[in-house]
Design a protein around this ligand. Structure first.
Ligand code: HEM
Length: 209
């Protein structure tokens, strides 16, 4: 029998994410009660857990491309589950938003069109994260949906966290920097592939010539 090298992988990642975030969510409610403050704490916390999980999935491929070790192998192999775990975490973000909407009247909650579009992407991407549903969509459409969705979510995160920079550099700068490094890493891969291809071609041509 083949025993897996990593105990935390596949659906275990999703299961642990549900457990840990539900536990923290419950802790916030027990500690602060069900009120505006506790819902806002839960919204901020789940936005941050979602961002960390999102970045792990977002940079898995470029990290594996540049550095081949056990960690990058694990990240690349579990990219899909990290994405689903991010969706779960953002499900809790939605629960806290609904809680807040019930407790207070804030028109900005129902007018957050950018955020709502983000949720549509998350739902569509999660629904097509399984072999059967991905096959229904077709490879080309799947690639378009997941690429556009991923970059849209990156934008949604950096936009929201940048707004916090004025409030606290200590809290928000690490998130903004992490997202900036992540997009840099993803942009370098196609560039380095392009240059590697150009140099190899030039080298071959000069050898032929
Ligand atoms: C994919 C979609 C979304 C993403 C990526 C996202 C991300 C974020 C982020 C990064 C923050 C800042 C957290 C912090 O201050 O540390 C935040 C806060 C917040 N989000 Fe979302 N969000 C999304 C959708 C929504 C939607 C649809 C709503 C409401 C209808 C919403 C309501 C809020 C509120 C009210 C806060 C501020 C909480 C507070 O500081 O009191 N979000 N979100």
């Amino acid at each position: 029998m083949k025993i897996s090298k990593y105990p935390l992988q596949g659906w275990n990642i999703v299961g642990w994410t549900v457990l840990i975030i539900a536990f923290i969510f419950l802790g916030i409610v027990i500690f602060h009660g069900i009120n505006e403050q506790s819902m806002r704490i839960a919204i901020r916390l789940t936005a941050r857990t979602s961002c960390l999980l999102f970045v792990c999935a977002f940079i898995a491929s470029p990290l594996r491309y540049f550095w081949s070790n056990n960690l990058t192998k694990w990240l690349r192999g579990n990219r899909r589950y990290l994405g689903v775990a991010m969706a779960v975490s953002h499900g809790f973000h939605a629960i806290a938003i609904i809680g807040l909407a019930i407790l207070i009247t804030d028109p900005s909650l129902s007018n957050n069109h950018g955020g709502n579009l983000g949720y549509l992407f998350i739902i569509a991407m999660t629904a097509t994260s399984f072999q059967s549903t991905a096959a229904l969509l077709g490879h080309r459409n799947w690639k378009i949906l997941h690429t556009v969705g991923m970059y849209y979510l990156w934008l949604a995160f950096i936009y929201s966290f940048s707004h916090g920079l004025e409030k606290s550099l200590v809290i928000y700068l690490p998130f903004v920097s992490l997202l900036a490094i992540a997009i840099l890493l993803r942009s370098i891969v196609p560039l380095s592939k392009f240059f590697a291809f150009t140099f190899i071609r030039k080298d071959k041509l000069s050898k032929k010539g």
